[in-house]
Design a protein around this ligand. Sequence first.
Ligand code: NI
Length: 427
Amino acid sequence: MRILIRGAAVVPKPEEGVLSADVVVEGKRFAGVFPTGEAGGEFDRVIEGEGKLLVPGFVNAHTHLPMTLFRGLAEDLALREWLEERIWPAERKLTPEVVYWFALLGLVEMIRTGTTAFADMYFFMEEVGKAVEEAGLRALLSYGIIAPTPDRIEPELKKAEAFAREWNGAAEGRIRCALSPHAPYTCGPEVWKEAVRLAKELKLPLHTHLCETRHEVEAHREAYGKGPVQWLEELGAFAVPVIAAHCVWVTEKDIDILAAHNVSVAHCPSSNLKLASGIAPVWAMVKGGVNVAIGTDGAASNNTLDMVREMRLAALLAKVRAEDPRAMPAPEALKSATQRGAAALGWAKDLGAIEEGHLADCVLLDLGAAHFAPGHDPLADLVYTACGADVEMVMVGGEILMEGRELQTLDEEKIVARCRELARKFR
Ligand code: NI
């Protein structure tokens, strides 16, 4: 299959800005980016790009897809109350069927808002895997290990390992796996050591939550005499690739440690605001050499999976936190939402840019709407003006998942209806 995307405003990489170009896709990969009108040869499909913006697909570096079930269920509560009194009890009622349908619901939203790859941590992950396989996205999936008591350690690790062994490389390589001790406050040193050993053996990354709240970091210091970042470093956790969600309460020394070990941070601005966790020092981390990606977190604490909105918020918050409007300029925000996310998920060589040889994961946005006029700077328009609903075409590995805002792989109407029905049991 040879596809031409003709005459779009193209952002091959955020640092290269916007150019008018023809983009050729052959099979699963980009075959080239040419000045408009110069792509030659025969094409099986031509997608008209005039008046549209083509960017690398968005990468959501931290989410819990099936939590779409809990959107709107427990609002405006403190984190501990929200998690311990509302979310965790509701999660005990989950079934594989419910997880499957709400994963699909999340995937509908992801495709509609231009996400092409994501890192997901939850339970019943086989169901999430099945849903991802059908939807056509790329994902780094992991079973979330929560082992607050010693008797939970072995069964939890076994579940995580079994899932990773079975699903790593599934869906023609679109699905990869990670190991996920949920957080330093839900998993003790034994879990971490064993997870690191397994990650080395199976060549998998770790995906966890880190320094999300002030309370959690203070409690950790009291229990162990050091902060969670230094604690994990000393346990050897950073000897393997790590995605650390949040990192709101990190010190300058923590930032140095994260940078030195190439730890990727999944910054989740909406979730941090909604749960009043704080504002992460994003610009200090980027300047300090940390790979800062962006995540939505679960839809219960966001409440959307819209990476375009998340990117905007990340750019704005970074400026406030740094007290500098020059912090996190638009190209840097786009880089965190694409290239840095791809690197966090372990796909740095293949994803995050529109260039020859890269996997053809890209998104076309319609710039025709009034809110994009007059169009002085399409890249700034994308970061500061757009929302996910402006996305009209989504491609993953050369497969079109949405075109003309019509989903090609999922039956949206059926999924929404089924989810509305299943959600009644959780009220
Ligand atoms: Ni999370």
